[in-house]
Design a protein around this ligand. Structure first.
Ligand SMILES: [Zn+2]
Length: 291
């Protein structure tokens, strides 16, 4: 299968828009970086995929943060995406695991638990708008559809999926969003529902079995007429750096920095990508001078 990409297009003679994204490489990178259990991989993978879909409507330096704050064993899942197709994220408890559901599927809803979904958009001017809705099922696609309907009054259908193999590697991940536009008729909406309802397998299995995104799109759209407007690269990408983390260290207070200096060194880990940064005595001296 080709590298991860996000495609945007129209369907049903312009009466609906769709966004399709393949995220297998992104979710595998997140799994490897965070050392996640299968259910944690599925939860974070679905949330990062949904984040990229919502971020595809952003412009310039805008970004979007999705947080699942549930009472399940994952204790929270966070993803941040931007208009450049970059996404990063983490779960609070990457090793949390649960038995499979009776259907043989990973129990993402159980691992997320009951709670809320919050969506924060950061605009170019620094303003942040946050909308929060209760979780419907914790299965994530349903929760995002509910959010779009109640907070933004947009009717949508969404598929999100992550297929994790027995050896824990990610065999397929991605998502599809379809939104009827103002010209859509009742027949258009029924045609979309009936096409999605007759898919023989989940989107993650379809991704694992397709050779190209074009082939995948064909499977998902069936006989519905559709048109591709745009193709974009998407990547797992974090904004952390040693400089940024030293800014954080500057703010912890002089006494705390002095304590670190007497320990001889310090290590800081980025939550979002699990990158480890080492600070030696000289680094810490400079940080103390800036504090
Ligand atoms: Zn990072």
């Amino acid at each position: 299968m080709q590298q991860d990409e996000l495609w945007i297009g129209t369907m049903l003679e312009g009466n609906a828009r769709w966004v399709l994204v393949k995220t297998t490489d992104i979710v595998e990178e997140a799994r490897r970086r965070h050392g996640m259990s299968p259910v944690a991989t599925a939860a974070l993978g679905r949330l990062m995929t949904g984040t990229l879909i919502l971020a595809s409507a952003l412009k310039g330096e805008e970004s979007i943060t999705l947080r699942l704050l549930g009472d399940g064993p994952l204790e929270g899942v966070v993803a941040v995406g931007n208009a450049r197709g970059e996404v990063r994220g983490y779960v609070r408890e990457p090793l949390a695991d649960l038995p499979l559901k009776a259907s043989g599927k990973l129990d993402v809803g159980g691992a997320v638990g009951l709670g809320e979904l919050s969506v924060s958009r950061s605009l170019q001017n620094g303003e942040v708008f946050t909308g929060t809705v209760p979780l419907v099922s914790g299965e994530i696609a349903e929760d995002l559809v509910h959010y779009l309907l109640t907070s933004e009054q947009i009717l949508s259908a969404m598929l999100l999926g992550v297929l994790v193999e027995k050896d824990y590697h990610v065999a397929g991940a991605g998502g599809l969003l379809i939104q009827p536009l103002p010209g859509a008729t009742e027949e258009d909406i029924q045609a979309i529902e009936s096409q999605l309802g007759q898919l023989q397998m989940g989107i993650s299995e379809l991704i694992a079995q397709s050779q190209t995104i074009d082939e995948l799109l064909g499977h998902l759209m069936g006989q519905l007429p559709h048109h591709v407007l745009e193709r974009r690269k998407v990547t797992f990408s974090c904004t952390c750096s040693k400089e940024r983390l030293s800014d954080t260290l500057v703010s912890i207070g002089k006494k705390e920095i002095a304590d670190l200096i007497s320990d001889g060194n310090a290590e800081m880990v980025c939550h979002f990508c699990n990158e480890h940064y080492q600070f030696n005595k000289e680094d810490l001296q400079q940080i103390l001078e800036r504090a």
